[in-house]
Design a protein around this ligand. Structure first.
Ligand code: BGC
Length: 729
């Protein structure tokens, strides 16, 4: 449709039809709706059956046939036959699952991430989805927060890169088999007080702008046409009602002209936050703050008429939002083809096809992080006779990850299946040893006896893989944890099993950094698989038996204890830094230290081992003086000094020594993933411009300062390999 046609359509709509466009409800309102009394779920949000004829969008309609049937019936009943927009959470795959985003970000591989999102978009669009609620680019610096699993981790640059790659993969220039993207949760949802989901966020505006906002902006620049305000309040103001951020920053400063959709029930929650007295007030506040569509509540639909009559909102405000929704529908071509790419036959042949599985497997392989490998215990040789596969995740199919859309456990390859398929002749002794439950209600003597039984198997095997960690349902929305250690029964199991066999390695699962400080000294090797998706077990088999070398690098810091949270590498020094962050309490008492623990993490951001070793040359600069219009190229030679071909994510950090405000000790600016054969070396270069050195300084001005900087090139955020340069103005 042309813009004039859309304007004409808008002018013909009744007020109720307009308000309907601004409302999104669950698809089961229709699919289960009987058409008689309001006894179905719609009753909960105050809608009558006739109101459902006017809605603008649905979420959670699964399956091409369902989407087509729902759309057809809906359009027939709608007075102007306006199609529904079908939205869905496609977080780490539609049916074929790749690793949870926090894991995928460890791949430090933009192309792979884009390809995964592209595959998910294809599966989803063939099943009838028009828009995905993704990517989630909430910076996560506190492992207690369960939703860090859906994020790209703690770092601004990594989040920008991975988030944009996901958007590109979903949107793919609006071509065939694509979906539109709704970036979320705007903003700073990943910084709730005490790591507890939905909790209030307190941030300075500098931190908000410096650290939390760039990821959303990058996703919008990459082509996301939708954005979702977060559940949390910032500085006591619920985000869905936060005019400063939604209007002044998002609309006016950034010029965003796409659509804003609330999170689930978030309109009503403004009242529950205690920031509005009635639903009618909520409808007024949100209208003034520029939110266009309301998810799973009907305050706009039910109260706008009265608000208009009382002069509290204007028809212009309503028209602006309706026009945005119509424009986004039009952009997707829904007026010409309301079913878009929904096609059951094509979906059946593409979904879970070999190409999807291969990609999911590669993603799982590149996401895995080798945390420890004493004496090169891994990879195991394939010539063994007997392998003991111990632990609750040994044969468990619930490793695909939470928030898995149409993904199914039964379609997931377990570790047992992965290894059995690869090595049919190896005898595999399997014992879960304990449950994966978070809370334990089994008596200790029973736990101990079970662990001893498993340990006896471990003793008689050539090698042991202890598969432990966090079950998929213990991270994700609403799943904050106060304690991020392995559950008690798993610690007992680890203690018994690991000492029985010198060839015992840990295969760790989970959706967040965990505190593994107590089992780490007992384990010679630890490979973190995250929640690896549909092909997790197959990827684990290839990694453990050396068909591919691990190349993942941590997207989020692993603490020594939950008490260190929030912990992240890009912190400031403070005026009283500890002299040696690895020594508890030492050496000078009045420093920013812990008495009982080092301040350093167990594993830093960007850390991850390989089956080979890489040597980094000192950093060289083509010039040590940067002018405002100039560039500096920083280079280092990276050499594979081991004897297997492997990938390495080469990381480039910058430190600004003096600013108008305190600056982080290091900030990731760029990274490159390279592949090196044994003995091979490559010069890896990064370019710096003045723009890369800008930050939100004193008085919230965005700019750079003349002065001294360090350019680091290394394998992780602990690197001290740097060269010094000056910015002159
Ligand atoms: C989540 C969003 C999600 C929405 C729709 C909410 O509970 O916070 O991330 O997109 O539900 O499923």
């Amino acid at each position: 449709m042309t813009n004039e046609q859309l304007e004409k359509l808008l002018s013909e709509l009744s007020l109720e039809e307009k308000l309907g466009q601004l409302t999104q409800v669950e698809a089961n309102f229709y699919l289960e709706h009987t058409g008689s009394d309001v006894t179905g779920p719609e009753a909960n949000i105050g809608l009558a059956p006739d109101d459902l004829k006017l809605m603008g969008s649905v979420l959670n309609c699964v399956g091409a046939d369902n989407c087509i049937q729902l759309q057809k019936a809906f359009m027939e009943n709608h007075p102007h036959h306006i199609p529904l927009l079908i939205m869905q959470d496609v977080i780490h795959g539609y049916r074929t699952q790749y690793p949870v985003p926090l894991g995928l970000a460890c791949s430090f591989n933009d192309d792979l991430t884009e390809a995964c999102a592209r595959m998910a978009a294809k599966e989803a669009s063939l099943e009838g989805v028009h828009v995905t609620f993704g990517p989630m680019v909430d910076i996560s610096r506190d492992a207690r927060w369960g939703r860090c699993m859906e994020s790209c981790g703690e770092d601004v640059t990594l989040t920008k890169r991975m988030g944009s790659a996901m958007v590109r993969g979903f949107v793919h220039d609006g071509g065939e088999n694509t979906v539109a993207s709704c970036v979320k949760h705007f903003c700073a949802y990943g910084a709730p007080e005490a790591g507890r989901d939905y909790n209030n966020v307190e941030l300075s505006e500098r931190t908000l702008r410096q650290t939390y906002l760039p990821g959303y902006k990058a996703a919008l620049d990459a082509g996301a046409r939708w954005i979702m305000p977060s559940f949390n309040s910032i500085g006591h103001l619920p985000m869905t009602a936060n005019g400063y951020i939604l209007k002044d920053i998002l609309r006016d400063e950034w010029g965003f002209d796409g659509a804003i959709i609330s999170d689930y029930n978030a309109y009503r929650e403004i009242q529950w936050h205690g920031a509005a007295e009635s639903m009618k007030d909520v409808a007024e506040i949100t209208r003034h703050n520029g939110v266009d569509m309301e998810m799973m509540s009907a305050t706009t639909f039910l109260h706008s008429k009265e608000l208009l009559e009382e002069g509290r909102i204007t028809m212009e405000e309503i028209n602006t939002s309706v026009m945005r929704i119509l424009q986004e529908k039009n952009r997707l071509g829904l007026f010409e083809n309301p079913y878009r790419f929904a096609d059951k036959t094509a979906a059946e042949s593409y979904i879970l096809s070999t190409s999807c599985r291969e990609l999911a497997q590669q993603a799982a392989e590149e996401s895995a992080v080798l945390l420890k490998n004493e004496g090169a215990l891994l990879p195991f040789g394939k010539d063994m006779k007997k392998l003991a596969l111990i632990g609750p995740f040994a044969a468990e199919k619930g490793i695909k990850g939470a928030w898995a859309c149409a993904g199914r456990d039964e379609e997931t390859v377990s570790v047992y299946e992965g290894i059995k398929t690869m090595l049919p002749d190896v005898e595999i002794l399997v014992d879960a040893g304990c449950s994966y439950n978070l809370l334990n209600d089994t008596p200790i003597d029973v736990l101990t006896a079970n662990a001893e039984r498993a340990a006896a198997l471990a003793k008689e095997a050539d090698a042991v893989l202890l598969c432990i960690g966090e079950y998929q349902d213990y991270s994700g929305e609403g799943n904050s944890r106060c304690e991020i250690r392995l559950p008690l029964q798993q610690r007992i199991l680890a203690e018994k099993v690991l000492k029985e066999n010198p060839n015992a390695a840990v295969l760790l699962f989970g959706g967040r950094p965990q505190d593994i400080t107590d089992i780490e000294p007992m384990a010679r090797a630890i490979l973190y698989m995250w929640q690896p998706g549909t092909m997790g077990g197959a990827a684990a088999a290839r990694l453990v038996f050396g068909e591919v070398a691990p190349s993942g690098k941590l997207s989020m810091t692993f603490p020594r204890s939950v008490g260190q949270e929030p912990i992240y590498y890009a912190h400031q020094t403070t005026g009283r830094p500890v002299a040696d962050p690895n020594i508890p309490g030492a050496p000078f008492p009045y420093t920013s230290r812990y008495l009982d623990m080092p301040t350093s993490p167990l594993y830093a951001f960007g850390y991850g081992l390989s089956y080979t070793t890489f040597e980094y040359s000192p950093v060289t600069l083509d010039t040590d003086t940067l002018t405002v219009d100039g560039t500096i190229t920083a280079s280092a030679t990276v050499k594979n000094t081991g004897n297997v071909t492997a990938k390495e994510s080469v990381q480039f950090y910058v430190r600004d020594l003096i600013g108008t405000v305190a600056r982080p000790v290091k900030e990731l600016k760029d990274f490159k993933k390279i592949t090196l054969a044994p003995g091979e070396e490559i010069v890896v270069s990064f370019t710096i411009t003045e723009e890369d050195l800008r930050y939100w300084g004193k008085d919230l001005t965005y700019g750079s300062d003349a002065g001294t900087f360090h350019a680091f090139i290394g394998p992780d955020s602990n690197t001290q390999n740097y060269a010094e340069f000056k910015l002159v103005k």
